[in-house]
Design a protein around this ligand. Structure first.
Ligand code: BDR
Ligand code: CA
Length: 322
């Protein structure tokens, strides 16, 4: 039986790859996609999601979610200055890791009338069987839904989160972007009582994707595989410039690793069940504090310390052959 999932995205180049993998893989039943602000303002993350749906000729429903974080945007000052990480291509043009989706044709597709938190509450309160929620953007939609109706947890089989960090960070010296963007929402979700698996930067950087992988996608030659190859090559350029991985000329593809885990859990390695809390203020705002003591209380998260590059790239590429 394919795993039924609701996918929450801030599309985004790697979110686009997560949507494609979830839609194309036979082991996943993509029930709905919810959008949230994050990589771009909500207007663009939603439009990007609709463009990917068009690219796939798919018909999954899209629910537009929250345009701002729970409290972060109303408390001043909560945004730390980040270093300028602009990258440039061979011709000297500035490139942005999430720009490429705007090259797809504009979508005339529609979003559903209900907003994303209402959809979570409505769907999960009436579901006949538990579903898995995969969140690869800031956790605002799910946190709002949990505040509105904590009982939705009864129909959540598992929450899989791309977010957090142990040894590698990207948004600040202490924090990963999705958690940093709405730390209160993340803290709310981490304590909701559902089974939670966290796919942090430590896993996504070790399950890297290479130029060999994008070359294989180009050989497949479908519109979706060619677009995925373009996104990977773009991400490799930006990573080489701003956040080089241990293996040169590779990139972290982050978000689809969550979907790959649902297809084959072995794609995550060194997964430890431990207490994870989110720092809500100061220099460490948005940091995921991962308890590594032998004796600890409140274990709430299965936290993956590593990913498997070979298995991940195989799962990702094979999905485009179907
Ligand atoms: C996460 O942040 C976003 O920029 C990416 O889409 C990914 O979900 C990585 O830190
Ligand atoms: Ca994302």
């Amino acid at each position: 039986m394919p795993r039924k999932i609701i996918l929450d995205v801030d599309t985004g180049s790697d979110d686009a790859c997560a949507i494609m993998l979830a839609y194309l893989h036979k082991d996943i039943d993509l029930l709905a996609v919810c959008t949230v602000k994050g990589n771009q303002p909500l207007k663009y993350t939603t439009e990007n999601t609709l463009r990917i749906r068009d690219l796939l000729h798919a018909d999954f429903p899209v629910y537009k979610g929250c345009p701002g974080s729970l409290v972060k945007n109303i408390v001043y000052p909560r945004i730390l200055p980040t270093p300028n990480a602009d990258a440039y291509d061979e011709e000297g043009n500035k490139i942005h890791i999430h720009q490429e989706l705007f090259d797809l044709p504009a979508s005339d597709g529609e979003v559903e009338a209900m907003n994303a938190p209402d959809f979570y509450v409505d769907y999960l309160m009436h579901a006949s069987e538990p579903v898995t929620v995969v969140a690869v953007g800031p956790l605002t939609n799910l946190a709002v839904a949990l505040i509105m109706e904590p009982d939705i947890v009864k129909n959540i089989e598992e929450i899989v989160i791309m977010g957090g960090a142990w040894n590698i960070t990207n948004a600040t010296l202490a924090a990963e972007f999705n958690i940093y963007d709405d730390p209160e929402a993340a803290q709310r979700v981490l304590h909701c009582g559902a089974k939670i698996t966290m796919v942090p930067l430590d896993a996504t950087h070790t399950a890297y994707i290479s130029r060999d992988d994008s070359a294989q996608l180009r050989k497949i030659g479908t519109p979706a595989s060619l677009f995925a190859a373009d996104l990977i090559d773009l991400r490799i350029l930006v990573h080489d410039y701003a956040q080089p991985l241990e293996v040169p000329h590779t990139c972290a593809l982050h978000d689809p690793l969550t979907i790959a885990y649902l297809i084959d859990p072995n794609v995550l390695e060194d997964v430890r069940f431990c207490n994870v809390e989110v720092s809500l203020s100061g220099l460490t705002e948005g940091q995921t504090c991962v308890d590594q003591r032998a004796i600890q209380e409140n274990r709430n998260v299965h936290f993956a310390f590593r990913g498997n590059h070979e298995l991940f790239s195989k799962i990702f590429i094979d999905a485009f052959r179907s």
